[in-house]
Design a protein around this ligand. Structure first.
Ligand SMILES: *[C@@H]1O[C@H](CO)[C@@H](O)[C@H](O)[C@H]1NC(C)=O
Length: 286
């Protein structure tokens, strides 16, 4: 009995000490009144209404690592609403930024959310992929993660690698690997382009739209100017080892399974890219 109580207290303390303090970790980047933390500080809600959305940014920036967030998306009629979790080298959408994006595009009631991922290097993007999800992302929290090292960027949904963006032997000349990046989470009005190419506008009768975040984890190389530890590649981190440069056998199987949820792939867009982008020829399973 006593042992059990001790264990419970121990587990509780351990969990608490592991919890991320929002205010130590992030800054609100606009409209603080559209941000709300739960009473225990562990769930962070972003609200979009007719006035504006909101967002937060990590204080730390990183070059390489593994970054995760649990997110529950705004439900109901969410057409035109975009919720994001992404990395970017700048706060503003500057002309030379690098970026690694998760963008969740809302839809009319009963129609599926679309998960768009994208990569920017030096201000250039156009590396979109879109996936449907195999669950309703508005019902529960799910884990969205970015693994980033100099060999590849992998997008995970609940630990399933849904997209592998390779840089095998440095052969991808559109691979962001020089600039440290911050982590961002935002909700905003993207009705101009997001749902069915901008045809479906936000129905403000259903506002406010609220997406919630929790359990942020950053295990990366923090960039502390002027002498960042991560300026030089060191192979001592688990996210920069063989198993993070290649998919494991289980991950390969999961990745191949997840490909049936792809609804758009820039690599196959011959109108936009008459010549297939070079990185598209790299084998994600290699
Ligand atoms: C929204 O639903 C429609 C109809 O099912 C679908 O064609 C579209 O891909 C969905 N997502 C977006 C972002 O438009």
């Amino acid at each position: 009995m006593e042992v059990r109580v001790f264990l419970i207290v121990f587990v509780a303390l351990f969990t608490l000490s592991n919890a991320v303090s929002f205010w130590d970790t992030f800054d609100i980047i606009w409209s603080p009144e559209h941000f709300k933390a739960s009473p225990d500080g562990q769930v962070w809600s972003l609200t979009l209404d007719q006035i504006t959305g909101t967002g937060f940014q990590s204080k730390a920036k990183y070059r390489f690592g593994m970054f995760s967030m649990k997110i529950k998306l705004a439900g109901g009629d969410s057409a035109g609403v975009v919720t994001t979790f992404y990395m970017c080298s700048e706060r503003e959408a500057g002309p030379h930024r690098d970026e690694i994006d998760f963008e969740f595009i809302g839809n009319r009631t009963g129609q599926p959310y679309s998960l768009q991922t994208n990569i920017f290097k030096n201000g250039g993007g156009g590396r979109e992929m879109r996936h449907n999800l195999w669950f309703d992302p508005t019902q529960d929290f799910h884990t969205y993660s970015i693994l980033w090292n100099n060999h590849r960027i992998v997008f995970f949904v609940d630990n399933i690698p849904i997209r592998v963006y390779s840089n095998i032997l440095g052969r991808n000349n559109f691979f962001p690997n020089k600039k440290p990046m911050y982590l961002f989470s935002t909700i905003w009005n993207a009705e101009a382009w997001a749902t069915r190419g901008g045809l479906d506008k936000i129905n403000w009768a259903y506002a406010p739209f609220i997406s919630s975040y929790k359990d942020y984890q950053a295990d990366g190389c923090e960039w502390n100017a002027p002498n960042p530890v991560c300026a030089h590649t060191t192979n001592q981190h688990w996210w920069d080892q063989y198993n993070a440069w290649h998919l494991t056998e289980t991950q390969k199987r999961d990745f191949l399974w997840s490909q049936k949820f792809v609804t758009y792939d820039y690599c196959k867009n011959r109108q936009m890219y008459p010549r297939i982008p070079r990185e598209c020829l790299l084998n994600p399973l290699q």
